[in-house]
Design a protein around this ligand. Structure first.
Ligand SMILES: [Zn+2]
Length: 848
């Protein structure tokens, strides 16, 4: 699963925290009290057969389910199923002659069934249940990853809302499947399945496995039978129904003898097994489907090759969902994406936003679906791998810098999350299982895998993953099993690594100093671990010493609070590069001369070395050598470095030659991100001679470039900007262009622009960054608005946004909405003496 809340919210939180130093931090440590064992296995699920149809009028599902089970080990005459908020009509045991009704008790959450006899572990039995699933009557707690937990969602079921299609989709993770099927809803259960779904004829359906049968009925419905003959966990069960375009292609799957699926019919003439890839997308985006999803075949081939394990399933489909409650979800053979996956041709000019997510969910088909975390405590063996797959894919498809940048971003997000430091990666204590879907399981875990990969080496890393997958396929995984696979392959004891990083929390803070001893001809490097935590980390550190046209590499260990290392060097070194692969998950404070950073930039083999050097130079702009470094960085091969180099210059003191060079980037740089940053830099000069350049760029296909140009134009000619913003407001605009248009219209427009801005704001998904960026200009417009009805509508929209944010984030976001947004509006309205409007804002503030 992927939450795409993180980026926008994190940004918001970071900016806001700067202004909120006085807020008291209330530490909540109640999570430390609850030990979370894995779910006891009293019975093992073997097969689930579901027959269902859908009541759109009531948003309910009528279901009949046949569950085939056997006791796990101990004989048993009782079965407990998870069944949330259902009406249970019948429970019986299936026998050849006729079904026999069973006694049961149901409390709305658990269905306790008395079996007809005591079964031994070698005996199978089938329980039949007839029920109605009523997801809207079941109120579950939301969380960071899932904004709600109804399991089964009816979107615009009656078709009343003209802005939305009618859809049904499910979200099983963590334990939502039991809202629509009575089941043992635990990740350590696995079974095969067969879904017989009666759906409106005008819609398509999607579920796990293959569509094996379709029968048209006379009443406008159709029976679709989906069959999944490899076992997987209940939280990965999926149903999606709606009006979609289905775009298909094929990919050949490796058949190296180790292939898991051996369905002979699927082997093509060339000996390769081919599987179908399908993309379910709203019809308006049909033409873009291959641009959005088209890298899927290359990703499958790449992941298979890296892992040495063929794609395990019979097909792979991807579907988009309206009003989705998460970012994306790796249901076995059918991933569901939030509607942000649907990008128009103009958005795709700036690249596919969703490519990493597509890789993430696909990698789960191995890590998560084929081998599944035995419990939520061990979520790392699903999510850290999926997170790290984004790095692997970028590194492979776009190059080393992209992979290293992805690592860098993950590393930074972990370090900027203060609560994360005391949480173990494998966590047996938590309040709510949804709390596991956090920065520790994702970003920190991904970086821990990167360290492990660098420590054991690429070949050992991927051989170990292969062993872990093969040893545990169609079964459960855990950090312990992962450790065993790595130890078996490498022959190394890895207790220290797993105890420190998987079963421990935090990270080292280090102070690094160096000194050259002329007399002894040696460099002294002192590494001091300064974390307040009562533990010292064991850190393998690679050090490159550059001197006299030579590079010498040393591997050392930091295992004490303070360690001193001496390296021979005939002259004072040009650079000492500590942690040369930039793999360590630490927070460092390193002191070394600027000259070493300059040398480092020129001789760096990785992105972070160049970035560190650039940052150091940016703080020493007066030094001509630093300035010259930044100038070279404007021509760096990696776009992120070029962007940072542009941003290093203060517009108030930009040298003429630099201005020329940045102007050049506006028209010639291959990256739209760099062009956008360059426009911002030139725009900040507020020089009217660039007016026509900006005007012309507002017509650019790229939303980034056009938006930046409109912002820049507004600074030199607001009348022209208003004209262009007004024209744009009548077309489909998104991303930065939308933000820029809104900003101009709300700043200069009167109440007449209210309808346009309010409609835009309302239409944006609560998960989109654009909505966050629009909140501030929208508030400025409300300050100007005197029409009571419009004002009230605006306040209601902001409050709805505030309240729609998942519970886990609201302690961070509520102060932003209540102070910066609503609080500011209130203050201004009081100053203006608009008492009727003051009342409207006060009412929503007191209702906190
Ligand atoms: Zn995931």
């Amino acid at each position: 699963m992927l939450k795409n809340w993180i980026s926008a919210l994190l940004l918001l939180t970071i900016t806001f925290n700067v202004n909120a130093q006085n807020d008291e931090v209330i530490e909540d440590s109640s999570w430390k009290k609850n030990y979370r064992a894995f779910a006891s296995k009293e019975h093992d699920l073997m097969h689930t057969k579901l027959v269902a149809d859908f009541n759109y009028a009531k948003s309910q599902m009528n279901g009949e389910v046949w569950l085939k089970l056997h006791p796990h080990f101990y004989p048993s005459n009782k079965l407990t199923l998870d069944a949330k908020g259902m009406d249970i009509h019948e429970v019986s045991i299936v026998s050849i002659k006729s079904n026999k009704a069973l006694k049961y008790q149901y409390d709305g959450l658990l269905l306790n069934i008395e079996l007809d006899k005591t079964y031994k572990s070698t005996e199978t039995y089938t329980v039949y249940i007839k029920y109605t699933a009523k997801p809207n009557d079941y109120k579950a707690n939301g969380s960071e990853a899932i904004t709600d937990a109804k399991g089964l969602y009816f979107i615009n079921p009656l078709g009343i809302d003209t802005t939305k299609p009618t859809q049904i989709w499910t979200q099983g993770e963590t334990e939502g499947t039991s809202v629509w099927i009575p089941i043992i809803d635990k990740p350590n259960q696995k079974c095969t399945q067969e879904f017989h779904l009666t759906v409106p004829k005008k819609f398509v359906s999607l579920s796990n496995g293959l569509l094996v049968k379709q029968v048209d009925n006379k009443n406008g419905t159709r029976l679709d039978v989906w069959k999944m003959d490899q076992p997987h966990s209940p939280y990965l069960f999926f149903i999606g129904i709606g009006d979609y375009a289905v775009v298909k292609e094929e990919v050949a799957i490796a058949t190296d003898g180790k292939a898991i699926a051996t369905d002979g019919k699927a082997i093509a003439a060339d000996g390769k097994k081919k599987i179908e890839l399908s993309y379910y997308i709203e019809k308006a985006y049909e033409k873009e489907a291959l641009k959005i999803f088209g890298k899927t075949p290359a990703m499958i081939t790449f992941f298979e090759k890296k892992l040495g394990v063929p794609y395990p399933w019979a097909k792979y489909a991807q579907m988009s969902a309206r009003d989705y409650v998460s970012g994306a979800m790796e249901n076995t053979t059918c991933t569901l994406h939030g509607d942000a996956v649907q990008q128009n041709a103009r958005e795709l000019v700036d690249g596919n936003n969703w490519e990493s997510t597509i890789a993430h969910e696909l990698f789960h088909q191995w890590f998560g679906d084929l081998v599944t975390a035995e419990s939520w405590s061990n979520l790392t063996v699903n999510e850290s791998f999926a997170d790290y797959s984004q790095t692997l894919w970028l590194e492979h498809s776009k190059g080393k810098d992209y992979g290293e940048y992805e690592n860098y971003i993950g590393h930074r997000s972990y370090l900027s999350s203060p609560d994360a430091v005391e949480k173990d990666l494998v966590r047996f204590y938590y309040n709510d299982r949804e709390d596991m879907f956090d920065i520790v399981s994702y970003q920190k875990g991904g970086r821990i895998l990167n360290m492990l990969r660098r420590y054991v080496g690429d070949e050992a890393f991927f051989t170990s993953l292969n062993k872990y997958l093969n040893d545990n396929k169609f079964s459960s995984g855990s950090a312990i099993k992962l450790k065993l696979a790595f130890e078996s392959v490498t022959g190394k004891d890895l207790n220290w690594f797993f105890n420190q990083w998987y079963f421990g929390s935090g990270h080292p803070y280090v102070r690094i100093n160096q000194k050259y001893d002329e007399a002894k001809k040696q460099v002294l490097v002192v590494i001091q671990q300064t974390q307040t935590q009562d533990k010292v980390f064991e850190l393998p550190i690679g050090i490159d010493v550059y001197a006299a046209n030579q590079k010498n590499h040393y591997d050392v260990w930091s295992k004490n609070r303070v360690d001193s290392f001496y390296f021979p060097s005939s002259v004072s070194p040009d650079n000492v590069n500590i942690d040369n692969q930039k793999m360590l998950l630490w927070e460092k404070d390193e002191t070394k001369p600027l000259s070493q950073y300059i040398f480092q930039y020129q001789h760096a083999t990785n992105f972070i070395d160049r970035l560190d050097a650039l940052n150091e130079a940016a703080e020493n702009m007066k030094d001509p050598a630093a300035l010259s470094l930044i100038k070279s960085a404007l021509k760096d091969t990696f776009y992120i470095i070029r962007q940072k180099a542009i941003q290093a210059f203060n517009p108030a003191a930009m040298p003429k030659e630099i201005e020329e060079e940045i102007l050049n980037l506006i028209t010639k740089d291959p990256s739209n991100f760099v062009r956008e940053t360059a426009i911002d830099a030139i725009g900040a000069l507020e020089n009217s001679k660039y007016k026509s350049l900006f005007e012309q760029l507002t017509n650019n296909d790229s939303y980034l470039i056009a938006g930046a140009a409109l912002d820049a134009l507004e600074k030199v000619d607001s009348l022209s900007a208003i004209k262009i913003a007004t024209i744009n407001s009548k077309t489909v605009i998104k991303k930065r262009l939308n933000t820029a248009v809104t900003k101009v219209l709300t700043k200069y427009g009167d109440e007449n622009v209210f309808d346009f801005v309010a409609a835009k704001f309302e239409a944006l998904s609560i998960q989109s960054e654009e909505k966050f960026y629009m909140t501030m200009p929208f508030a400025s417009l409300l300050i100007k608005t005197t029409d009571e009805a419009k004002f009230k509508k605006g306040i209601d929209l902001i409050v709805a946004f505030r309240n729609a944010i998942p519970e886990g984030y609201r302690t961070q976001t509520d102060p932003y909405f209540n102070t910066q947004i609503l609080g500011t509006i209130l203050k201004k309205k009081k100053q203006k003496g608009e008492e009727n409007l003051v009342k409207i804002v006060s009412a929503v503030l007191t209702k906190m």
